[in-house]
Structure formats: structure tokens, C-alpha cells
Design a protein around this ligand. Structure first.
Ligand code: ADP
Ligand code: MG
Length: 411
């Protein structure tokens, strides 16, 4: 949970009697927030970040260890949830640019900074690495590729498919190869300028769409016959992020997969995907005094978040979970795109963003309840590793011939 400070806009726009701060950290229980409304409510989270929290603190405490996981081969997703102007875009850094102030930079630029410093280190010298980024927006249930240049009509349709292993594939989406933080920031800025923004009463820059910025990392590395990979261990120990929620320890899974290697010096490739999700405002429609087109957007935004809520509820409510076999991923583009990340093969962090002001109390309580349910979701993440050439027919045929010859000689 992140509680933003009162902003200049709040001081100007909110009636002064509703500017009162209604949230506080529990003095006795860590990571518990107290809502001081008509009655006192308490909610527990994995972390509670107060208004004084800096961008760096959020990154170091909650995000950095997920970047380590990503490098190990896990899929990672971070979602920012909350009403308009609660601090989602600020926290994620979705519209940061190369020129934005270092201190105010959000999660995306910080994560990429860490990623590139690892990739350029000697530790990674022996690996072949490619990194690609994509940026997609869901606006009125349409998928829009934010990195495509040129005419609207020529944009290929983005389609969501599922492969034989049940992985979700976003086909038709532009994936751009990147070699530096600056390149990534360039694409991020270009994409966020393409984002649908419209003025509502609540926030003049209000983003009425969900935006998903993704980084795909493909690492090829050589492993030796004893199943130990060449230098991979990270020197810095990472503090686990609520390990019980994140499935089994990675080391065990890693060694298990690797022991399947057949030969000396086998190359394996590990592909992992990092999704940074900046969700549209979660407020109820009437709050934004929307009309016409804007009202239509509001309705479809709510349907995406509603579907997300239903998926979270089906996955996360222990009383329902027993009887639920059907998880309604297909009810919206948003949940379909994030299927892997919600109770699937990913390490997931949801950052609930709230305003401290009494004026927003009902939306704040909605967000706290929603995030609390999301906390019950259990994901099981595994490293996406396979032997190089596993999909290459010629390679496999040669391998069969080689193994046959070996068996023959043994006989
Ligand atoms: P959202 O994306 O949820 O609509 P924004 O991230 O655009 O909200 O935040 C709304 C305003 O509040 C912006 O002007 C932003 O700079 C400011 N803001 C949000 N969070 C913080 C924070 N933690 N510290 C300082 N300013 C913040
Ligand atoms: Mg925003």
C-alpha cells in the first residue's frame, strides 16, 4: 500500500474541511493501516508506505528483489491499482522520460537501470542476451500498440493467443530490441505520449486506459555436465518478498531443470517477461461527472477492473476458492493479457495507491478492500528454461541419430 502526500492540487481543489488526513500507520502492528472514518477500520498489507516515502524506498524495499528473480528466469508482474490521481503513474514511472529528475523516477526506469547494470557486468559476460520492450494499451477493450509509428490504419491487430503449454502470447505486438536504459526510456516516452489521456473533473491528465509496459529477456547460457551453470549466482543476497506467496524456492527448481542436460557444455535458453501495469482509475463513474464518450470509456474501464476483481475474488477468497474451478480470465482483455500473472506462472506485486484525504475516503476504502483480497492469491512461479534447440526439428533429429548410435555402441 502506498499513501501519497497531499498535493498542491488537493490544497487548491478539495474543500478545506475534506482535506483532513484519514490514514495512519498502526503504532503497534507493522504494515497495518488505520482508516479514521465514521468508524475505525484496519487493513494489513505486506508493506505500508506512508506519504513521506521516497521513490527509492519503494524500489529498494519491494521491487529490487523481483528484478533479481526476473534475471533468474521468473516472470514478474507489478500492477498499480487505485483511483485517478492516487499516484499510480508516479509510482510506476510510466510517463517518466530521460530528462525526469533522478529522485522522482518511478519503478520502470529504476528496474531497467538495475537490469542493464547486471547485464553489462562481468558476471553476465558469458551469456548471450537479448532484451526487448513492448508497450500496449487497453482502451475501450481495444488493444493498442503504443510503439507503432505511422498511420493508425496500418497498425496490425494485437491478438491474444495461448500456446500448447498454456502460456499467453500477445501476437502482432511490436517488440523492440533495446541495448541501454536510454533507449528504453525513449520508447517509454514515445509510448506514453501515444496514450489516451482526457480531462475529467478529477485529474486533468487522467489516463482512462490500462497501460502495460513489458520487458522480455532472453538469456542463453552454457551449463556444464554436472548441472551447475557457469557463473550465475548473484553476489548480493536478496531479501525474499513474502516467500510463502511466491511458490517454492527457485534454487530447487533451477537445479531440477538443469539436471536434464544431456551433454557437456549444453546451451540453455531462459526467457522471462516483466510486466509493468499502470491500471486505469478505479473510481466509480459518477465521481468523474463523465458524459458521452467519456462515460462510455468509464463503463469499459470499469468492466476491465470488474473482471480483474472477479478473477482476484475467484483466486483469492479462501471460502470461494474450494468450489471454484472456473477463473473468469476471458471476461476482459485485461485479465486475459494478465492471465499468466494472476495465479499463474509469475511473481506478482500489486501496489495499491491511495490518497490520504477525507474527500476520497470511500474510494480509499474500496481500494484497501480490493487489495486485501488480492493478497490471498497464491501464484506458483517456475523458471522458463528449456534446452536450446528444443523447438528445432533438425536439431532434435540429429540428437536422436546421435543417441541411437550411442545406445548401439553401448549394447
Ligand atoms: P494516477 O496515475 O493514479 O492518476 P498520478 O501518478 O498521476 O496519479 O498522481 C497524481 C498527482 O499526484 C501527480 O501530480 C503526481 O506527481 C502526484 N503524486 C502522486 N504520488 C506522489 C508522491 N508519492 N509524492 C509526490 N507527489 C505525488
Ligand atoms: Mg495515471
Amino acid at each position: 500500500l502506498r499513501i501519497r502526500p497531499l498535493t498542491q492540487e488537493d490544497l487548491i481543489n478539495l474543500p478545506s474541511r475534506f482535506q483532513r488526513n484519514i490514514l495512519s500507520n498502526s503504532p503497534f502492528t507493522p504494515n497495518q493501516v488505520i482508516v479514521h472514518g465514521d468508524k475505525k477500520l484496519t487493513f494489513n498489507f505486506d508493506y505500508v508506505f506512508g506519504p513521506e516515502t521516497q521513490q527509492k524506498d519503494i524500489y529498494d524495499t519491494a521491487v529490487r528483489n523481483m528484478v533479481d528473480k526476473f534475471l533468474e528466469g521468473f516472470n514478474v508482474t507489478i500492477l498499480a491499482y487505485g483511483q485517478t490521481s492516487s499516484g499510480k503513474t508516479h509510482t510506476m514511472g510510466t510517463s517518466d522520460s530521460v530528462s525526469s529528475n533522478q529522485e522522482s523516477r518511478g519503478i520502470i526506469p529504476r528496474a531497467l537501470h538495475t537490469l542493464f547494470s547486471y547485464i553489462n557486468s562481468t558476471q553476465f559476460k558469458s551469456r548471450k542476451i537479448t532484451m526487448k520492450v513492448s508497450f500496449v494499451e487497453i482502451y475501450n477493450e481495444d488493444l493498442i500498440d503504443l510503439l507503432i509509428e505511422g498511420e493508425d490504419e496500418n497498425r496490425p491487430q494485437v491478438i491474444i493467443r495461448e500456446d500448447s503449454k498454456g502460456n499467453i502470447i500477445w501476437s502482432g505486438l511490436q517488440e523492440i530490441k533495446v541495448n541501454s536504459v536510454e533507449e528504453v526510456m525513449g520508447h517509454l516516452t514515445r509510448g506514453s505520449l501515444n496514450r489516451q489521456v482526457g480531462a475529467t473533473d478529477m485529474n486533468s491528465q487522467s489516463s482512462r486506459s490500462h497501460a502495460i509496459f513489458s520487458v522480455t529477456l532472453c538469456q542463453q547460457k552454457q551449463i556444464s555436465s554436472n548441472g551447475i551453470s557457469s557463473p550465475t549466482a548473484f553476489s548480493r543476497p536478496s531479501t525474499p518478498l513474502t516467500p510463502t506467496k511466491l511458490g517454492s524456492p527457485p534454487s530447487r527448481r533451477l537445479s531440477k531443470t538443469m539436471s536434464m542436460s544431456l551433454d557437456d557444455g549444453e546451451w540453455v535458453s531462459i526467457t522471462s517477461k516483466f510486466n509493468f501495469v499502470d491500471l486505469a482509475g478505479s473510481e466509480r463513474l459518477k465521481r468523474t461527472a463523465a458524459s458521452g464518450d467519456r462515460a462510455k470509456e468509464g463503463i469499459s474501464i470499469n468492466s476491465g477492473l470488474l473482471a480483474l476483481g472477479n478473477v482476484i475474488s475467484a483466486l483469492g477468497d479462501p471460502s470461494k476458492a474450494k468450489n471454484t474451478t472456473h477463473i473468469p480470465y476471458r471476461d476482459s482483455k485485461l485479465t486475459r493479457l494478465l492471465q499468466d500473472s494472476l495465479g499463474g506462472n509469475a511473481q506478482t506485486l500489486m501496489i495499491a495507491c491511495v490518497s490520504p484525504a477525507e474527500y476520497n475516503i470511500s474510494e480509499t476504502i474500496n481500494t484497501l478492500k480490493y487489495a486485501n483480497r488480492a493478497r490471498n492469491i497464491k501464484n506458483s512461479a517456475t523458471v522458463n528454461q528449456e534446452e536450446s534447440g528444443w523447438n528445432d526439428l533438425e536439431h532434435l533429429q540429429n540428437l536422436v541419430l546421435k543417441l541411437r548410435a550411442e545406445i548401439k555402441s553401448i549394447r
